[in-house]
Design a protein around this ligand. Sequence first.
Ligand code: T4K
Length: 387
Amino acid sequence: MQKKSNLATGNGQPVFAEPLHVGRPNVGDEAEFLALAQQLLRRRWLTNNGPLVQELESKIASLHGVKHCVAMSNGTIALEIAIRALGLSGEVIVPSYTFVATAHALFWQGITPVFADIDPATHNLDPSAVQRMITPRTTGIIGVHLWGRPAPVQALQRIADENGLQLMYDSAHAFSCSVDGTSIGGFGRCEVLSFHATKVYNTFEGGAVLTNEDNLAETMRLMRNFGFAGFDNVVHPGTNGKMPEINAAMGLVNLRSLSDFIAKNQRNYEHYTRLLSPNDDIRVVRFDAENKPNYQYVVVEVDPSIRDRVVSGLNAQNILARKYFWPGAHRMKPYRDLFPHAELLLPATRYIADRVIILPTGMSMNDDDVRCVAEVLSELVSRCKST
Ligand code: T4K
C-alpha cells in the first residue's frame, strides 16, 4: 500500500494521519468572505431579508433559470415551508432511500410519509412503485434527485396529473444540475435546495425553494418571516425560516468558486472511476455528463456480505467513508414503528442501502489522496471477499 507525505509512517498507524471526511466543506476566497463580513457588520443589517440575501436569491434564481429563489435558514425548514405552502396533508409519497429530513419534514407537520421503492439502477424513485402507493388519502409526491442524478421527472409529473396530486422535489443534492438540458428548479411546483456545509455549495447552513409560481413564492416569503407583510401587519401563519446575512455572504463568495468546486469533484470522480472500474467487485455509480452533475457524492456499491467490514476497514485507516442512506428512513424511528412491514414493499431500497459506500471527495482531496483511498478500498474488498 503506497504511503505519501501526509500519511502516517509507523507500523500499526492508520494510512492517513489526518481523517478524510465525506462532506468536508468547500470554501471559496477567504479574504472576500471576510471583507463581506466586515461590510455587513458595519451596515448593521444582520438578517431579515437583507441586501446580501436578496443578491444571493437573484443569482441563484438566474443560475437555475427560474423566476423565484426564496432563501431559508436550512434545507429542512425550506422543505417544511414548501410542503405547507402547497397545502399537503394526509399522505405524501417519498422515497425511503434519502436523507431522513425528506420524511421528517412531513411527519413534523402531522403528514404521513408513505415510502415508495426506488429503481436500483438509478437509486431514484421507481414511478411504478409510486403509482402502487397512492391511496384516497394521498395528496402529493416529493421526488428526490438523489446524488444529484435526476429523478424520473416526466413519469412523476404524469402520475401527479393523472391522480390530482401535488408534485415537488427535494433537490438538496442537485445544486446547478439539469435534466436532459433543463436546469433543475422548475420541475414540479417547486424544488428545495440545501446549502448545508457538507454540500458542494454551502452557506454554512442554508437552503432555498425555487419556483416559477409568483403566488407560491409570495406565500413562502411570508411564511419564512412569521407572516409579516410590513410592520405590525401579520397576514399569514408563519415561522422563522430566514437566512442571516453572514450565510448569504458565504453563499456569494462560494458562488464565485462553484465551477472550481465542481471541476475538482469531477476530476476526483473520474480518477476514482478509472482506478476502481477494473475491479468487478466494486461498482462505481455513474453520472451522465448531459445532466450537468455536480459530482458531490462518489457512490460505490459492494457486496452486502462485506460492506460493513469494508467501511470499518476504511475507517480504521482514517478514511471516514459513509453508508448513506442506510438503513433507509423506513427502518428509523418513528417510521419503523409506524410501518413495521414497510420492508416488504421496498426490496430495491434494501438492496441498495446494504451495498452503498460514499467515498470522500471535494476540494480538500488531492490526486494522491484519491489514489490511496482507491488502493485501500480495493485491497479491503479483495481481503474481505476471500475470508
Ligand atoms: N434532503 C436531503 C436529500 C439531504 O441530503 C439533506 C441534508 C436535507 C434534505 C436537509 O437539508 P439541511 O436541512 O441539512 O440543509 C449530513 C448533513 O448534515 C445533511 O445536511 C445532509 N443532507 C446529509 C446528507 O449529510 P450527517 O448526519 O451525515 O452529518 P455529519 O455531522 O455526520 O457530517 C457529515 C460529514 O461531514 C462528516 O464526515 C463530517 C463532515 N463535516 C461536517 C461538517 C458539518 C465536516 O468536515 N465539516 C463540517 O463543518 O448529515
